[in-house]
Design a protein around this ligand. Structure first.
Ligand code: NI
Length: 225
């Protein structure tokens, strides 16, 4: 470090003291606010104190139809972490981008990829039949499970996962529509409880690391460690 760079740390003493005081006050206020949030939230929501407050907010029971036409529920996927992603086959760019990331993460996991179930649930059950959806997801990666169902089935699962989805007219094709939707990936643990979420643009290497960590945690839980 040169001597000249040290000289900038010598403003008038009064100004520096005021700055320091301000910084202390801001820090103190932030600390108090954090403390208020941390301690007040569990009481406001009435959540049990032993649970983290975020756990129950995303996920839950569902009943959907897989590519073979079989009805499946969350119980069929229990015992392994699940990566849940919502979208539709006519999606112009976001869903394909997200599915490519998932496929790349699965490729990175290699042999370990079987330890997690990646699920793509349609927000467009009217056009995405189970069969069509199955073919679509298989074009990205054969390990991805496509799930459709009745509009009521889909309404139930989007509500459980707090997914926003709304039909909007397609400006480029009269009579057609798109579906505006939130595009997060939800990592659920082996018991079906929410762990964390990722944006569709998440880095495939990071996603693979987090999936591997979730598998390790699940394995440890399963063996009682
Ligand atoms: Ni989409």
């Amino acid at each position: 470090m040169s001597k000249t760079s040290d000289t900038k740390s010598a403003p008038p003493a009064g100004a520096s003291r005021r700055t320091l005081l301000l910084a202390l006050l801001v820090g103190l206020a932030a600390g108090v606010m954090t403390a208020v949030l941390v301690f007040a939230l569990p009481d406001q929501t009435g959540a049990p104190k032993t649970e983290t407050t975020g756990k129950a907010l995303v996920g839950g029971p569902f009943s959907l139809v897989d590519a073979t036409g079989k009805r499946v529920t969350e119980k069929d996927f229990a015992g392994k972490p699940m990566l849940v992603y919502f979208g539709f086959t006519n999606c112009p760019d976001v869903c394909p981008a997200g599915l490519q990331v998932i496929a790349a993460a699965l490729d990175r996991l290699g042999d370990k990829a079987g330890g997690v179930t990646p699920v793509f649930i349609t927000v467009d059950p009217e056009r995405d039949t189970p069969e069509l959806l199955g073919k679509y997801v298989a074009s990205f990666h054969k390990g991805i499970v496509g799930l459709s169902g009745s509009p009521e089935d889909i309404a139930g699962v989007t509500k459980a996962y707090r997914v926003y989805a709304k039909k909007v007219p397609d400006e480029t094709q009269p009579g057609q529509y798109n579906v505006d939707h939130s595009s997060f990936m939800y990592l659920m643990d082996a018991k079906g409880e929410f762990v964390k979420h990722f944006p569709h643009s998440v880095d495939a290497a990071k996603l693979a690391d987090d999936l591997a960590a979730a598998m390790q945690t699940s394995g440890a839980t399963a063996t009682g460690l």
